[in-house]
Design a binder for this molecule. Sequence first.
Ligand SMILES: *Cc1c(COP(=O)(O)O)cnc(C)c1O
Length: 371
Amino acid sequence: MASPAKMNVPFLDLASLHEPIADEVNEVWAQVTKANAFIGGKWCEQFESDFAAYIGTEHAIGCANGTDALELIIRGLEIGPGDEVIIPANTFIATAEAVVAAGAVPVFVDVDPDTMLITAEGIEAAATPKTAAVMVVHLYGQCAAMDSIMAVCDKLSIAVIEDTAQAHGAEWDGKRAGSWGVAAGFSFYPGKNLGAFGDGGAITTNDGALAEQIRSIAFHGRSLVSRYHHDNMGMNSRLDGVQAGVLSVKLKYIDEWNAGRQRARDRYEAGLNGIPLVSVHERSKSVHHLCVVQVDEREAVMAHMADRGIGVAIHYPVPCHMNKPFKEWTPKVAPVVAETAAPRIMSLPMYPALSDEMIDYTIEALHDFHA
Ligand SMILES: *Cc1c(COP(=O)(O)O)cnc(C)c1O
């Protein structure tokens, strides 16, 4: 059988998102630069209040990136040397990095084989008297099972921190990711569902005292009442005014974009019969940051896809704890699900403007490999 006419299907196409809003973005960019509101200021405050309202929390604090957001939460909670923080073995390295940067001990646990997310059972099995917090990662855009996770952490007196870097707008039982735990860290890296034109991040929380503490640490530990006094050991992690302006514009479109991702996901699901997709729990509303399948002979499949002009990627080929800097924290119980899936997972093209033709072409290429 002859192959279909060759198409180019990029893994991600940011220009397709940005072209329709270019005028709005240029306008806000001009306003911010005219006002010299480069760090903090009106546009940062506006975005923080817009974003808190969207997530459903009382506070949002802008910062430099998602990794800092997670570190700032841990430090704001005064979790550090000697404290253990439970994290899933299947996550981006930044989750683990933030724990170590704050001086705490990362404890890697296994994930659910269907959703690839951390579970209440995994947390309970790994908890010790030294466990101070769990970092729940809503990976691939899907909210973890927060009702059972909150219940077990409540019982064990463990703080719940959410890594929401991939899940802007996701929900569990109708409640948004980023509004469940004591605080949540978001990334606005350009490729995330809500992305800036550079790096950016935010922390959401309902705890006013924690919000103030985090705001201070992120600004050199500065006193919030006297700018020349420093109450905390701080760092420099702020959101730029131009990024905040862009993010407020893009936030207006996030639901529409997430709906576009849902359409793409539905079409993949209908066409991929036989090729296992990482599943979405019925109580979770995923925002499909990534569309992940599991395949045998991944290297050969990836070469075949590249040959067809289709961009694919791997999130993540090496579970965190198997990377060199984390050897010291090798888990006592091997996270078998994460380790077994790592050589099999592959992410397909996923973004709101991905056309039906592109999805069908991608599905056909996968089926052709197995034919
Ligand atoms: C992107 C990401 C981060 C880090 O965000 P940056 O803005 O790149 O620092 C943290 N956790 C997860 C799960 C991510 O995907």
